[in-house]
Design a binder for this molecule. Structure first.
Ligand SMILES: [Zn+2]
Length: 438
């Protein structure tokens, strides 16, 4: 009897181990199956370590890359290849935020039930929201500068139309990099870099001022230098008598350092957060990096932070989304890259009324200062920036939007070591937007 009991116990134990093992396997299969199926040893889908299935197209059906058993076929145009390599990816997986890296399992056609064997015998193709021709235009303009990025997106649908980062390279002729290379060739600067914004940040201080201060009675007389506790905040020249709209149009450092002082560090901290500048977006599985800011109590540091200097660091993608919210009544679509993914809206970043006031001020910047003739036919609002960077020429920046229901686009242009924002960044925005109009 006792022997039987012992045997029964052993059987129960073995059964328990089997059940637990099966459960563990199922959990790991659901969780990691995608990884197993896309493992580089899986010869059915890789040829010489490269992906051999799935194609990537732009929004107009232009082929960007096709994975075949003979290797990857890219677009015929070398400029389109270099313009889109940071988004599409290369054969070596150098760009971690690229479609080929992030959507590997989609391209292979992985499915939990059928594995990588597609029932229709066809791998999933990806259609990106990019416009390859407009990306090419952006790339050609960017190539005159050391480094930079251009982003354009539809603030009502979230579709990223242009996302170009330089320096870039032709994926058919990849460079051999030194181990200590610091050019950031494989970095998508639109998603993965941060920049001193300079005066484009005044649109943030202005939004907070419209909400939190008696901005309609704001008045400042600029003599060219504002003295704060023995330190100087300088303008390019004396701007004279200004209200808030004038201060933004003239980009007066004195006026905006005063506004930042009146707002105080708590308000400034709240607004960079509310406007999405410290958050990371989930762009169909690809994440951008967040910006970072410091608003210490002292008026001189706060003043410089309010004009886009000090420790201010913006991410181009997040700032572009904020520009969309200004144009779109205070909220905009979150950015996306896959043509068939759903639309998600941001929260209300600004009151609708605040957004409209700021939108009109930014359009006035163009009519009163930058010159409509620089943007023929565009209903454009924007803000330039010339961001001082120690030991280098300034970063040239230009960010804004089209107030055009047919072309509801927000944009940003950032150029490293370039000089003035109006002279360098604004013409690139115009060229790319003109390309997207027709
Ligand atoms: Zn001034």
């Amino acid at each position: 009897m006792r022997r039987l009991e012992r045997r029964a116990m052993i059987c129960m134990l073995l059964a328990a181990v089997l059940v637990i093992g099966t459960l563990l396997f199922c959990v790991r299969f659901v969780r990691d199956g995608r990884e197993w199926a896309t493992f580089y040893g899986n010869q059915g889908i890789y040829t010489d370590g490269m992906l051999s299935s799935g194609s990537i197209y732009d929004r107009n059906g232009v082929l960007l890359a096709e994975n075949t058993e003979e290797g990857i076929i890219y677009n015929d145009d070398a400029d389109i290849r270099a313009a889109t390599v940071h988004t599409v990816g290369d054969t070596r997986g150098n760009i971690s935020t690229s479609a080929m890296s992030v959507y590997k399992s989609k391209l292979i056609g992985y499915n939990l039930l059928t594995g990588t064997y597609k029932l229709q015998g066809k791998n999933e193709d990806l259609t990106l929201t990019l416009d390859a021709e407009a990306c090419k235009t952006a790339y050609e303009w960017l190539s005159y500068y050391d480094a930079g990025t251009v982003g354009v997106y539809d603030y009502t649908t979230g579709e990223i139309l242009v996302m170009v980062s330089t320096p870039s390279y032709d994926p058919l002729d990849p460079p051999e990099l030194d181990p200590d290379d610091d050019s950031g060739l494989y970095i998508n600067r639109f998603l993965s870099s941060t920049w001193t914004p300079g005066s484009i940040f005044k649109t943030v201080t202005a939004a907070a001022a419209i909400d939190r201060l008696d901005w309609q009675n704001f008045s400042y007389y600029c003599e060219g230098t504002r003295y704060v506790e023995g330190s100087e905040i300088n303008c390019t020249h004396a701007h004279g008598q200004l209200d808030l709209a004038d201060a933004l149009t003239q980009s007066c450092n004195g006026a905006f350092s005063l506004l930042a002082e009146q707002l105080g560090s708590a308000n400034m901290e709240e607004y960079v957060e509310r406007l999405g500048l410290t958050r990371r977006y989930d762009i169909d599985g690809i994440r951008n990096v967040s910006g970072s800011f410091d608003f210490p109590g002292d008026p001189i540091s706060n003043g410089w932070a309010g004009v886009g200097q000090y420790n201010d660091q913006i991410n181009p993608c997040s700032f572009m989304v904020y520009m969309g919210a200004v144009a779109n009544g205070g909220r905009s679509a979150e950015p996306k890259l896959l043509a068939n993914s759903s639309v998600t809206m941001t929260g209300q970043m600004l009151e609708e009324n605040t957004a409209m006031i700021l939108r009109d001020m930014m359009m006035r910047n163009v009519t009163e200062n930058y010159g409509e003739w620089n943007f023929p036919g565009l209903a454009i609002g924007g803000k330039t920036g010339t961001a001082e960077v120690e030991g280098k020429s300034p970063n040239a920046m230009f960010a804004g939007f089209l107030a055009d229901p047919e072309h509801p686009y927000a944009f940003i242009v950032c150029l490293e070591n370039a000089g003035g924002g109006l002279e360098n960044a604004a013409p690139i925005a115009n060229a790319v937007l003109q390309q997207l109009m027709y």
